[in-house]
Design a protein around this ligand. Structure first.
Ligand code: S3P
Length: 470
């Protein structure tokens, strides 16, 4: 197999925007996402070779935030230089945290300690990034200064009461719009106090926001979740020396402790690898090796679902990196069949459904997803947007309130609208491998939020994809 290099970091549009604003006052990031980037995919490709997709987005956000709050330096490698995690870095810099990089995924954070953040000079614009907004909301709820968090049109539609309500119970004062959305105005905190919170929805962002506020709270903060969600915050808090009590579905911490700087190796993002897992599974003649993929058991639902559909995925060389399990994944083309997706797997594959729907569209028979209403409040309404796109390409897809029913068939060529949703755009790019004609996907600029260099890497692997202007 040929070793393929990862992303050409310095050329990424997200990085250009980031570098352009590095020296601006106040952490205000002009997110210059034009609506004008489109993809055109010619059918007939197959995926071959050995590739490493960019670093895990969830882990990158947490590495930046916890490294900033630690005492001493934290050295991060494999950091995702996508617009979302760069938005977190810009916000932290505006809060007075000094950092070097990121450069080729290496970031050196000079931690300021839990009480070392400073009031920013202006609002913090978090662009498209829900994780930045919800986690920072928790982290900033206990500070002694006022902060305003804003985002782009998509982020400004997403529900924020799910974080502001538990934080208010801890004593935080945070204003939302009347609809419960951003901008969020976080007032200087009085004393926060710990709570025992039962998450009404399985959300790692809400769990993490409450735990981050708990670092500043008097007494014990506990969060119980209705189903397991990604536990990167818990693992990283422990990695930076913060004592946690984990007991089944419940995690607890005491406020008033300290975090110590460390080294963090961010694995490749399984959510980005998922596009190649599906592409290789559906395109005859494909065989790829995905290197150093994060295999945290709270994230591997996509592997379990694809295998249940008949995919040929081998987990090779399992090991640990930075407190997280990683492995290389070998994926070969295999005929897929439809399944009823077990609801217990939904939170473990929550970001992978757009591309899993593409797998379902290529499978023999029907696939049914239920218990996934959360997909309606992601970067787009992923149930409706995917159903519209699948139908535009000739696939029978019937959305339901909490999921979708998809009958496997053959993709025609045609045009789909990604609605500015990075994962929708990349999912339909993979559909192009097996379509009967070219597939044109509009509004793809946001792919840069999680996967800078996607078209280039996909092209190297064998997808005939081109960027087009308006
Ligand atoms: C994330 C949690 C998930 C996921 C998102 C990243 C995180 O969101 O969809 O892309 O890093 O904690 P929810 O917490 O809303 O499920």
């Amino acid at each position: 197999m040929v070793l393929r290099r990862g992303v050409k970091k310095n050329k990424s549009p997200a990085r250009r925007v980031y570098l352009a604003v590095l020296h601006r006052p106040a952490g205000v990031i002009p997110m210059q996402h034009s609506e004008n980037t489109h993809y055109r995919v010619e059918p007939g490709g197959r995926l071959r070779g050995c590739l490493r997709v960019p670093g895990d987005k969830s882990i990158s956000h947490r590495a930046a935030m916890l490294g900033a709050l630690a005492e001493g330096d934290t050295e991060v490698t494999g950091f995702l230089e996508g617009a979302d995690s760069l938005a977190t870095l810009a916000a932290l810099r505006a809060l007075g945290v000094e950092m070097e990089g990121p450069e080729q995924g290496r970031l050196l954070i000079h931690g300021v300690g839990l009480h070392g953040l400073k009031a920013p000079a202006g609002a913090l614009d978090l662009g498209n990034s829900g994780t930045s907004m919800r986690l920072l909301c928790g982290l900033l709820a206990g500070q002694g200064f006022e902060v305003v968090l804003t985002g782009d049109a998509s982020l400004s539609r997403r529900p924020m009461r799910r974080v502001t309500e538990p934080l208010a119970r801890m004593g935080a004062r945070i204003e939302t719009t009347a609809e419960g959305t951003a901008p969020l105005r976080i007032h200087p905190a009085g004393d926060l106090h710990g709570i025992h919170y039962e998450l009404p929805v399985a959300s790692a962002q809400v769990k993490s926001a409450v735990l981050l506020a708990g670092l500043y709270a008097r007494g014990e903060t506990c969060v119980s979740e209705p189903a397991p969600t990604r536990d990167h915050s818990e693992r990283m808090l422990e990695g930076l020396g913060y004592p946690l009590r984990r007991d089944g579905a419940r995690v607890c911490l005491e406020g008033g402790g300290r975090l110590r700087g460390t080294r963090i190796d961010v694995p490749a993002d399984i959510s980005s690898a998922a596009f190649f897992m599906v592409g290789a599974s559906i395109a005859p003649g494909s065989e790829i090796l995905l290197r150093h993929v994060g295999m945290n058991p709270t994230r591997t639902g996509v592997v379990e679902i694809l295998r249940a559909m008949g995919a040929d995925i081998q987990v090779l060389n399992p090991r640990r990196a930075g407190g997280e399990p990683v492995a290389d994944l070998q994926v070969r083309h295999a005929p897929l069949h439809g399944i009823e997706i077990p609801e217990r797997l939904v939170p473990l594959a929550i970001d992978e459904f757009p591309v899993l729907f593409v797998a379902a569209a290529c499978a023999e028979g029907e696939t049914l997803l239920t218990g996934a209403g959360e997909l309606r409040v992601k970067e787009s309404d992923r149930i409706q947007v995917m159903a519209d796109g699948l139908r535009a390409l000739g696939i029978e897809a019937r959305p339901r309130e909490d999921g979708i029913r998809i009958r496997g068939g053959r993709f025609s060529g045609g045009a789909v609208d990604s609605h500015g949703d990075h994962r929708v755009a990349m999912a339909f790019a993979m559909a192009g491998l097996v379509a009967e004609g070219p597939v044109r996907i509009s509004d793809c600029a946001h792919v840069d939020t999680s996967f800078p260099g996607f078209p280039e890497l996909a092209r190297e692997a064998g997808l005939d994809i081109r960027r087009e202007g308006a």
